[in-house]
Design a protein around this ligand. Structure first.
Ligand code: 5GP
Ligand code: MG
Length: 184
């Protein structure tokens, strides 16, 4: 239990803060600058994978200083309060643009086994984007089961289940302003 942070009733099983709010903010500003340099003069489309990346996307896009558009898609392989992927993922594309006119940057919360992003990038490549890269807030390389390296990974985290800043456990904790480990 963290007692120096405003963790209130219902959040007793937050074990420790792994990435505090100020570090998230500083690193996102830094990567926002890199992305702005790389995509200046290029039609940029950010595609966020819901739900986990919604806060990251909101903060990242405000650190990008070149024009960009935003779309969302769903991909889910967890059921209810499980912390283990079901291995039976469902992707729902809600993209109503011709992505062949854009340089696409996929925005993800965390790369774990890597299976989600291998699958999603394969599907998106079929739609012929001008280029396709992946920006993930968190990377858990110890857990990788398939060969996948994100183009931008803001933080590496250990092999523990993390929540906060958009990431959930059983749909809760997404509103924490930091990344924390939960005791399950
Ligand atoms: P992968 O296909 O890489 O194994 O899993 C990717 C998805 O699993 C992530 O987008 C995320 O939704 C979920 N995930 C993996 N590790 C964690 C974690 O530590 N915490 C949370 N909340 N979700 C995770
Ligand atoms: Mg995700």
């Amino acid at each position: 239990m963290v007692d120096t942070l405003p963790v209130s009733f219902g959040y007793e099983n937050i074990k420790r803060v792994i990435i505090p709010e100020n570090e998230l903010k500083a690193r996102i500003a830094e990567v926002g600058k890199c992305i702005s340099l790389e995509y200046s003069e290029k039609p940029l489309l950010l595609i966020a994978i819901l739900k986990g990346s919604f806060i990251f996307l909101a903060d990242l896009c405000r650190e990008i200083t070149v024009p960009c558009e935003v779309e969302f898609m769903r991909s889910s392989s967890y059921v209810g309060n499980s912390t283990v992927s079901t291995g039976n993922p469902k992707d729902i594309f809600g993209i109503d643009k011709d992505i062949s006119k854009y340089h696409v940057l996929l925005v993800e919360d965390i790369v774990d086994t890597g299976k989600t992003l291998v699958r999603v990038t394969e599907q998106l490549k079929k739609l012929n984007p001008l280029s396709l890269k992946v920006c993930t807030l968190l990377d858990k390389p110890e857990r990788r089961e398939v060969d996948f390296s994100p183009d931008f990974a803001l933080f590496t985290v250990p092999d523990v289940f993390v929540v906060g800043y958009g990431l959930d456990f059983d749909e809760k904790y997404r509103n924490l302003p930091y990344i924390a480990e939960v005791s399950l």
